[in-house]
Unconditional design. Structure first.
Length: 139
């Protein structure tokens, strides 16, 4: 599974991450009255959104070959980036009519990111995916 993604990382990991992040930013920039009603808890929506972001970001950091530091610490750096972005996003929402910054939303974002990282880590271990930084640069 990971080898398949690795060989097609631009179209199956990098591009979806960029598109997803743009959609996520756009959705959090909409004024409250313009938001579609999705019928689930606000916290579940936050958790789900950041779960998906963390999975895509984690895979991106695992497959990239520009920074060995990011490659070797993909799980931790994914969590740091997601928590930072969640905080900035919550502050950004204070500027949007009808929206507000909430600590519980940030915590739900962080929980979703953490779960996404755990799922990727579990799958990496389950499928015994092992690669090293130098080998993947040749792909």
């Amino acid at each position: 599974m990971f080898e398949f993604l690795e060989k097609r990382k631009v179209w199956l990991v990098y591009t979806p991450l960029v598109i997803y992040w743009m959609i996520l930013f756009t959705a959090t920039s909409l004024p409250a009255p313009d938001l579609p009603k999705i019928g689930i808890s606000d916290k579940v929506a936050h958790l789900t959104a950041f779960f998906c972001l963390a999975v895509l970001l984690n895979l991106t950091l695992m497959y990239q070959r520009k920074s060995k530091l990011f490659y070797e610490n993909a799980f931790l750096i994914t969590l740091i980036i997601c928590l930072f972005y969640a905080g900035v996003d919550e502050l950004h929402q204070m500027l949007i009519p009808g929206r507000s910054a909430e600590l519980l939303d940030w915590l739900a974002d962080g929980a979703g990111a953490f779960l996404g990282i755990i799922v990727v880590k579990f799958l990496v271990n389950r499928f015994k995916y092992r690669s090293n930084f130098e080998d993947l640069g040749k792909v």
